[in-house]
Write a new protein. Structure first.
Length: 348
């Protein structure tokens, strides 16, 4: 889109450090050539194959193709479609390692061996840290409180694991402190130049300047921006069926565990339905409804709003029980968080 917004604070910088399956630091696509260049910079062999996306990890676990699953943050049970299937898949992995700042439901799934590694938050990590905003601003946050208990800076956990698994990598991962690590980021990711100078409150740098391509020159062969117009056909719906989507941009409960959305006043189990559709079905505000898809059902409370006819919205992750696993978009390799559902009024 014209203005893609990341879902959570920290995702932008994490992705630009290569913390996803198809890219190296700087967002460089994984390939034999990019792996060779990174190997030369780091001084050890970097694999040239892409990793697994989250849906692919679940599928591999389901087919007993994973010996170890290391989960840094996140919660597959709540973010992935068909949570019952996800729980069953994770239970099959011989060794699961969960690294996080809070306890999550996936940590309590039975398994042969489950290890919990407590991590420090960004505000607790030794020497402070940085986060990158949607507008590409890399901002420094000082250490405001020491980590509680056994919690450690996440980068130290990763570096220690790398060095213990392969002691020959020790010279490459034995960073003295956060400042040393930031200097390494500046060396490997050119667009992050300046991060090595951030060390105190209000220090920041915005790569690319305030506006990208402000001079009208775009990183294309002819220096012109490319826009593509698509005519998207509406979904084919049978009689009585509705197209349901999970609320992404306005979802409120992935880390904020409130029962009511302060923005809309809707409860966590709300289903947003158009006024006209509600009238046709004899549905009033607050009515109990059962939504049923091809894989599951969900008890919901009607929230009357203005929407395109025969479309519904539910909050995430509550609505994941309605989403079919395995329907991944080919290019992005992410699930299709939509479903075709029917509505049934539930008598009180």
């Amino acid at each position: 889109g014209l203005m893609p917004i990341r879902g959570h604070s920290g995702v932008q910088g994490g992705a630009e450090m290569g913390a996803y399956s198809t890219a190296f630091p700087g967002g460089v696509t994984v390939s034999a050539e990019s792996a060779r260049e990174l190997s030369e910079q780091w001084g050890f062999n970097v694999p040239a194959n892409s990793g697994l996306t989250a849906p692919e990890m679940v599928l591999a676990a389901e087919h007993d193709q994973l010996d170890v699953l290391f989960l840094d943050g996140s919660n597959f049970v709540e973010i992935m479609p068909d949570p019952v299937r996800v729980e069953a898949a994770l239970a099959r992995v011989p060794l699961r390692v969960h690294q996080d700042i809070v306890l999550t439901s996936q940590m309590f799934i039975d398994g042969d061996d489950v290890i919990l590694l407590p991590a420090a938050t960004r505000y607790e990590q030794e020497g402070g840290g940085t986060s990158t905003t949607t507008e590409r601003r890399i901002a420094f946050s000082p250490e405001i409180v020491s980590p509680p208990g056994e919690a450690r800076s996440e980068w130290r956990i990763f570096s220690d694991i790398a060095m213990r698994m392969n002691p020959s990598l020790t010279p490459h991962f034995d960073w003295a402190d956060n400042q040393t690590l930031r200097a390494e980021i500046a060396r490997i990711v050119p667009m992050y130049a300046g991060i090595e100078n951030l060390s105190k409150v209000h220090d920041e740098v915005q790569y690319g300047g305030r506006h990208l391509c402000a001079d009208g020159n775009f990183p294309m062969p002819d220096a012109r921006a490319r826009f593509t117009s698509l005519n998207v056909a509406p979904p084919l719906l049978s009689e009585g069926a509705f197209f349901l989507s999970t609320r992404r941009g306005k979802q409120f409960n992935s880390m904020i565990f409130n029962e009511v959305d302060p923005l809309t006043g809707a409860t966590r189990d709300a289903v947003y339905i158009d006024h006209r559709d509600a009238a046709a079905l004899g549905v009033s505000e607050g009515d109990a409804l059962r939504l049923t898809s091809s894989v599951g059902s969900m008890l919901s409370t009607a929230k009357l709003v203005n929407l395109p006819s025969r479309s519904l919205q539910v909050h995430w992750p509550e609505g994941n029980v309605l989403i079919e696993a395995g329907l991944n978009q080919d290019a992005s390799r992410i699930p299709d968080y939509n479903a075709i559902v029917t509505i049934e009024k539930v008598s009180s």
